[in-house]
Design a binder for this molecule. Structure first.
Ligand SMILES: [Mn+2]
Length: 197
């Protein structure tokens, strides 16, 4: 089975349309899976404790037709968590957000947004990942990357990387601005980083 893994869309409809068209062209048989932060919360995290809101339009970017593109399952990101934290409404979209799981299993692999882990330093990067599988897909930093056995490797696009056996972390990059995604083949045990030209 092949999976097209995408995330950090941040409500960018145009970038998502371009990535979905690219996936449809390069791997039409693949199953779409999201790594979270599909939506952009427009309330800064500095103000989350100040007040709550009663409509989603006040707290998030929702371009016309964007929601219709989100036909695939996704784990929850920090943007969705913030939207949930500050909004009180019976809008069914809020219910959809609250049903997004923290992790998803793809056979032997796992998908998580990654904000739950320890990040920091300069440049800001992943310090420690708490994983339960040998192969984990995540996002959050908007930086495509591959960490095998705690060693970060320089990646090239369109080149399959073997992910069998080793403890592997795959950052699938961001749809917003970068138009990046990852193709995971669980029969060949490979991941291929992809980017819309
Ligand atoms: Mn994030």
């Amino acid at each position: 089975m092949r999976y097209a893994i995408i995330g950090d869309v941040h409500s960018s409809k145009k970038d998502l349309e371009d990535v979905l068209a690219h996936i449809n062209e390069q791997a039409p048989d693949s199953i779409l899976v999201g790594t979270g932060d599909l939506y952009e919360c427009i309330i800064s995290k500095r103000y989350v404790n100040d007040r709550s809101f009663t409509s989603l339009e006040e707290v998030m970017l929702l371009p016309d037709g964007f929601e219709e593109l989100l036909t695939f399952p996704s784990v929850i990101g920090n943007q969705e968590e913030r939207i949930l934290f500050i909004t009180r409404t019976d809008d069914p979209l809020l219910e959809k957000l609250s049903a997004m799981p923290e992790t998803m299993e793809l056979g032997v692999a796992e998908v998580i947004h990654g904000h739950q882990w320890k990040w920091g330093g300069e440049p800001w990067s992943l310090i420690e990942a708490d994983t339960s599988k040998n192969l984990t897909f995540y996002g959050h930093s908007h930086r495509s990357g591959l960490i095998r056995n705690d060693c970060e490797e320089k990646i090239a696009f369109n080149q399959p990387y073997d992910v069998k056996g080793d403890k592997t972390l795959v950052n699938v990059g961001a749809v917003v601005s970068d138009k990046e995604w990852v193709l995971y083949d669980d029969v060949q045990h490979t991941v291929t980083f992809k980017k819309v030209k």
